[in-house]
Design a protein around this ligand. Structure first.
Ligand code: LER
Ligand code: MN
Length: 287
């Protein structure tokens, strides 16, 4: 397989499509684990995906040369690397009261930057920013977070790699739930290669309007996660994607649509549904 032949219908797609998988077993349920890497990549390619986004707890666990060879064989790119499992599985957080934990989180993200440089990926700062813990007030947590992001942004500029802050819903963190909050931290950091990742599942919970949130992010919108209201594949919940896609087009968005969905009713069926949805939805609103 490989080459540039696309599944019929994908020629007119405005945004390349990716599917989020977890490199290692995880408790984070919206990233299906790669069971058999090669057959999964082959399936993604056959369905017309252009990329696979990888959730990587620790880059030291990833056999980079083998993966690179497989990505080349199936013509897939890695648009972004998710880092949240370092929090979910190990408790690493950029805003932890213990300085040793904060340093470990920062060191882990430095390793993610190196991997991202090799793959040409964005690095996602999602759950690894942590949440407010006893004895830490919000101002202090945001100060630690902006210092950490500024430090990572300096490192990232040298590769170069871009960073994205992902607003997450209130049930997962109490630090940066909306695009507005992410933008104010980004402004504080003041670096052009730090932007926003909008996840339609989180934004549907936290934003007053998805299309206004996209417009507000504007040129700072570097990456998009798609999932329906229930975090199933688009089309299997009740989110109206039409205003979302129109807003992306109006914002001049040129990044990826990366499906971060529950592996329901199975990973394979979710992969097929995302591809089917993309074919219909994106052709309905051509550029
Ligand atoms: C990650 O992209 C995400 O959306 C969160 O729910 C968990 O990190
Ligand atoms: Mn997400």
């Amino acid at each position: 397989m490989g080459g540039s032949t696309l599944t019929p219908g994908f020629e007119r797609m405005e945004w390349p499509l990716a599917f989020v998988l977890s490199w290692q077993p995880t408790r984070f349920e919206a990233a299906a684990t790669i069971q058999d890497l090669e057959s999964t990549l082959e399936q993604l390619r056959a369905l017309g995906y252009a990329g696979v986004e990888l959730a990587v707890r620790d880059p030291a666990m990833v056999p980079a040369p083998r993966l690179r060879a497989l990505l080349e064989r199936y013509g897939l790119r890695v648009p972004a690397i998710g880092t949240g499992q370092a929090w979910v599985e190990e408790g690493l957080s950029l805003t932890h009261p213990d300085v040793a934990v904060r340093r470990a989180a920062l060191a882990r993200l430095e390793a993610h930057l190196e991997l991202a440089a090799e793959w040409g990926s964005l690095v996602i700062i999602g759950l690894i920013r942590g949440r407010l813990m006893a004895g830490v007030d919000r101002a202090r947590a945001l100060e630690w977070l902006s210092e950490a992001v500024a430090h990572l942004a300096d490192r990232a500029a040298a590769y170069p790699v871009r960073l994205v802050l992902e607003p997450l819903n209130r049930y997962e963190t109490d630090l940066l739930n909306t695009v507005e909050e992410a933008l104010s931290l980004i402004e504080r950091v003041g670096q052009p290669h730090v932007g926003v990742l909008l996840d339609t599942f989180h934004a549907n919970i936290e934003e007053a309007s998805l299309d206004r949130a996209i417009a507000r992010a504007g040129e700072r919108l570097f990456h998009v996660h798609i999932a329906d209201s229930n975090r199933w594949a688009p089309g299997w919940g009740h989110l109206d994607f039409e205003p979302v896609l129109k807003a992306l087009r109006e914002a001049g968005y040129r990044g990826w649509l990366s499906a971060e969905v529950l592996p329901q009713p199975s990973r394979e069926e979710a992969m097929v549904q995302v591809a089917r949805w993309a074919r219909v939805a994106l052709n309905r609103f051509p550029a």
